[in-house]
Unconditional design. Structure first.
Length: 598
């Protein structure tokens, strides 16, 4: 698991459960004549919610009921924290059935369903809970987490702000907003919220994980050591952090390979070549890249990250193993083995870079009949223009920010997967004013005012897309996926599925098990809240489980915009600011195809 996925997993786990050793999440209310007070502890925060007085049972019976409920909730919390959400769900449900007004049980039930990606069921549970307690901050916080998981980030932001206003000392609300703003490429806002959460609760584990991950790598080891020595953690969390610390120590003295530009040029225009897939002459596009002065043929993939070579290409280049590296992608075989290596030189068109890290799969090649693939995120220091109809890749400088020096160009062949992207390291050390380098929010240049805002999760870009006028939902831009694809979860909500055992879908993680088809689906994309730019009717749409991608992003990916549609478009990407633009010209189509007339 990469550093980014490791931290994403732990942060989400600790956002949904209490990771620190603590008492049970609810304690029995004391008998009193005034309205009862329910006390619940979540992530180190105590919330008291008033409950209308009701006719109480006899004191002994009430005490027994409270004791039994507390024990059930404690067991449910333990099960959820140890990765058994289905078992936890049953126990939370039992408490809700017995006491529909129990906020801790309602929150636990919804969160156990979110863990299982049963988002519709979680929505139903929260709707029922909020009908009873419409302003309960714990329920609103859980609602924000659910809305984020559903891909409704605008709604999630509103929910987190409500919690922030109602309970300004709750770090969870600030962490929720940090997640939203990262996806919006508003990195300064994300950092400010994360820092505020750290100031409020420096010992909260979810806060600490994000804080550690924002530090320069040399500062992470002492910070993590100090935390492990002082915090009381659940054993499985302590074990995971100890393993991560050991990895940090192993890599502490490893040299940095910055992949810096050495050619005296700032932009390039290079040729894309067609890659056949099945009966299609144009099933993908590739790029000729010189690595250590040998020409490699790499598939261009907006859904992948970095430079990925097959074992055969690495052996041809004489690359030496640096460290083990696993790969994950479409497929049900789990992570695949591989390693990182260093390429002395990489040349793309007129741009030449030296001292670059690449990744190598154990498989002979990750792409049939190609030496490997190259994710377009490696060009994130540039404005990326993928002109598939014109068979050109253009890389040019990003729009200059006002009053900001232009950042030095580099090829980002191996991202550090930091939770908070920056244009420089965030230093935790005391520095004089002006030396601290902080993240910057997205900048929309005047000439890009009509571009579409994409949500940014690591190397993945998601854009709003309507399916048969439902949405907008979030779709991945992926030139590495041949066909437009719907997730089975989305398709089941909208239409009828039919099994397709003859179609085989595979990726870096092997083959997909169950493949389905949808007879028709009209996609409108890219969409904002008001309008969409293009519409395409699709026949026999491929449908399969995309939950692995949703797990990676933390938000529901409803489908994929694939190459069979993207090939008629010019795709422009500004990774720095989270902006994309699609340009269609019916007179400017790939020479390998003609547009079908309706």
């Amino acid at each position: 698991m990469t550093r980014g996925l490791f931290f994403a997993f732990l942060v989400v786990s600790c956002s949904l459960t209490s990771c620190a050793q603590s008492s049970n999440s609810s304690s029995a209310p004391q008998q009193q004549s005034a309205p009862q007070q329910i006390q619940t502890s979540k992530s180190g925060i105590t919330l008291q919610l008033s409950k209308p007085a009701a006719q109480s049972p006899a004191p002994a019976a009430q005490a027994a009921q409270n004791s039994g409920e507390a024990a059930t909730l404690a067991e449910a919390d333990r099960l959820l924290a140890t990765g058994k959400p289905a078992d936890a769900q049953a126990r939370y449900q039992a408490v809700v059935n017995a006491d529909p007004e129990s906020v801790p049980a309602q929150v636990g039930l919804a969160r156990s369903l979110i863990f299982q990606q049963k988002l519709d069921a979680a929505q139903t549970a929260l709707d029922a809970a909020l009908a009873i307690h419409p302003n309960a901050p714990d329920l609103l916080m859980t609602l924000g987490d659910l809305q984020f998981a559903q891909g409704k980030l605008v709604d999630a932001e509103r929910s987190f702000v409500k919690v922030q206003n109602a309970r300004p000392t709750d770090p969870a609300a600030y962490l929720g907003l940090a997640r939203v703003y990262r996806a919006y490429s508003l990195y300064r806002r994300a950092y400010d919220n994360m820092k505020h959460a750290h100031d409020l609760a420096p010992n909260d584990l979810a806060v600490q994980l994000l804080w550690f991950h924002s530090l320069p790598q040399e500062d992470q080891v002492p910070a993590l050591e100090d935390y492990l020595n002082t915090a009381k953690l659940q054993p499985q969390i302590a074990k995971a952090l100890t393993a991560y610390l050991a990895g940090l120590k192993r890599n502490a003295d490893a040299p940095v390979h910055p992949c810096t530009l050495v050619s005296n040029v700032r932009e390039t225009n290079t040729k894309l070549y067609p890659i056949a897939r099945g009966s299609e002459q144009l099933g993908a596009v590739g790029l000729a890249v010189k690595i250590n002065n040998q020409e490699m043929h790499l598939a261009l993939d907006t859904g992948s990250s970095g430079v990925v070579l097959g074992r055969a290409a690495a052996e041809k280049l004489g690359l030496e193993r640096l460290a083990y590296h696993s790969f994950a992608g479409f497929g049900e075989s789990g992570g695949q083995g591989g390693f990182t290596a260093v390429a002395n030189r990489i040349r793309i068109g007129d741009l030449e870079f030296n001292d670059c890290t690449v990744r190598v799969t154990d498989a002979a090649t990750p792409v049939t009949n190609q030496d490997g693939l190259i994710g377009t995120d490696v060009f994130s220091a540039y404005l990326v223009d993928i002109d598939i109809p014109g068979a050109k890749l253009r890389l040019s400088p990003l729009p200059k920010r006002p009053d900001t020096a232009e950042a030095p160009a580099a090829l980002k062949t191996l991202h550090d997967n930091q939770q908070l992207e920056t244009e420089g390291p965030v230093s935790a050390k005391p520095v004089t004013v002006g030396e601290l380098v902080l993240p910057k929010d997205a900048y929309v240049a005047p000439e890009m005012a009509k571009w579409t805002k994409a949500l940014h999760f690591g190397n993945l870009l998601l854009v709003g897309t309507k399916v048969d006028n439902t949405g907008p939902l979030l779709f991945l831009i992926d030139t590495g996926s041949f066909a437009n694809t719907l997730s089975t979860q989305t398709a089941r909500r909208l239409t009828q599925l039919r099994s397709d055992p003859t179609t085989r879908v595979s990726g870096l993680s092997g083959s997909v098990g169950q493949v389905y088809r949808v007879d028709t689906a009209t996609l409108d994309f890219p969409c904002d809240l008001n309008s969409c730019k293009y519409s395409q009717a699709n026949q026999n749409v491929v449908t399969f489980d995309l939950s692995n991608i949703s797990h990676t992003t933390g938000t529901e990916v409803a489908g994929v915009l694939g190459f069979n549609m993207l090939r008629i478009l010019q795709i422009k990407i500004d990774y720095r600011d989270g902006l994309v633009d699609f340009v269609f010209d019916a007179k400017h189509l790939p020479k390998q195809m003609k547009l079908n007339k309706q």
